[in-house]
Design a protein around this ligand. Structure first.
Ligand SMILES: Cc1ncc(COP(=O)(O)O)c(C=O)c1O
Length: 382
């Protein structure tokens, strides 16, 4: 009798059940466009979680970044320093508002912006830093915030991966002038596509609220502050539908359990892989001081690209949907088109040697053990 092959182990899967279905069903009976009662309730819920900072739900994390830069007035002739080891949206948002992304290298320790490499790239045109909390881990925010203060720069945090993670006890997304979250399918909680902008300064929040509503004062009108709404600034359509806000509300109910399950998976990976990794010169994610993790990503850093690529092929052949990322932005085709010419050695090395293992709240302990066995089977080559 032949044993049927085991089902592939998904890299990422949202945990939706009858709770989300009921929440969406209920939402469909009411206000379905954006900034309605459900959206506002979810914003208030998130705001409470973020210590009272203003939260604006958006159609995506990408749009939260664009909205932050738009509200800050970043535009043509200006530069924003961001990592190259990130998702395309960090740089695209800068381009969308007409400014120029300037890529800096990352630190080996945090895989986030390296302040020592950022400082020499500051020019009279630099207006903002855009640090990314890769894997929910803050870079050296002490040094980056200090640099921003000394040089008069704004700080927009790309906290797309940062929900529920902290730096010095403070929530990621609340450290700079603006923070941007993502609720994309791959994130710890999701509404399919969605995001949020966090802003502490009420004046900046007011500008963002207008830009989010096609450049109108519609939100102030809904609050009864003006008797008609009209075009008051440049803007776009960045408001999340209440149907998706309802989905997000149901996911927020599950956040604690999702975090518990992700933490358990990460602990099992660590325990199962620690001695194998030490013997093979493979690095596991560091547990860094001053940082509260959110278990968004579990990665392996192989000693070289050849061994990483071989491991990726072998894992996939064994039905483990591991992945790599990122193709560094500074070496991507569009970077060449816009004249980017920079060397970022840590970025290149990390991007060539990093492999991500499946991590989601529906992974069973048995599946985690299968992944561990497949990784060890793969070895790190010779
Ligand atoms: C670092 C980073 N920035 C920005 C984004 C963009 O978020 P979204 O997919 O919600 O537009 C993502 C996620 O996809 C991300 O991981």
């Amino acid at each position: 009798m032949t044993v049927p092959p085991a089902d592939p182990i998904a890299f990422s899967r949202p945990w939706f059940d009858e709770k989300e279905a009921a929440a969406v069903g209920e939402a469909l009976r009411g206000h379905v466009s954006g900034d309605g009662p459900i959206g506002r309730r979810v914003e208030a819920r998130l705001a409470a979680q973020f210590g009272g900072t203003r939260v604006l739900l958006t159609t995506s994390g990408t749009h939260a970044l664009e909205l932050a830069l738009l509200a800050l007035g970043v535009g043509p002739g200006q530069e924003v320093i961001c990592p190259s080891f990130t998702f395309v949206s960090s740089a695209n948002a800068v381009l969308r508002v007409g400014a120029r992304p300037v890529f800096a290298d990352i630190e080996d320790r945090t895989l986030g912006l390296d302040p020592a490499d950022v400082e020499p790239r500051v020019t009279p045109r630099t207006v903002a830093l855009l640090p990314v909390h890769y894997a929910g881990v803050a870079p050296d925010m002490g040094a980056l915030l200090d640099l921003a203060r000394r040089r008069g720069l704004r700080v927009v945090e790309d906290a797309a991966q940062g929900l529920a993670a902290t730096w010095r006890g403070r929530a990621l997304g609340t450290l700079g002038d603006a923070g941007c979250l993502s609720f994309h399918e791959t994130k710890n909680i999701t509404c399919g596509e969605g995001g949020a902008l966090l802003v502490g300064d009420p004046e900046l929040a007011r500008r963002a609220e207008i830009a989010r509503e096609k450049g109108t004062n519609r939100a102030a009108f809904f609050r009864g502050e003006v008797d008609k709404y009209t075009w008051v600034a440049e803007g776009s359509s960045y408001v999340l539908s209440d149907v998706l806000a309802a989905l997000l509300d149901a996911q927020l109910d599950k956040l604690a359990e999702i975090q518990r399950r992700r933490a358990a998976t990460v602990a099992r990976y660590r325990e199962g892989l620690a001695s194998w990794a030490a013997e093979r010169g493979v690095r596991l994610p560091s547990e860094l001081p001053e940082r509260g993790p959110n278990h968004h990503v579990f990665f392996l850093l192989y000693p070289d690209a050849r061994r990483r690529d071989a491991a990726l092929r072998s894992l996939r052949a064994q039905g483990v949907m591991a992945t790599f990322h990122y193709v560094p932005l500074h070496s991507a085709p569009h970077a060449r088109r816009i004249g980017v010419d920079v060397e970022l050695p840590v970025t290149d090395r990390v991007a060539a040697t990093l492999l991500r293992l499946p991590l989601h709240p529906l992974l069973s302990a048995g599946e985690v053990d299968r992944v561990i066995a497949a990784v060890c089977e793969t070895g790190s080559g010779g």
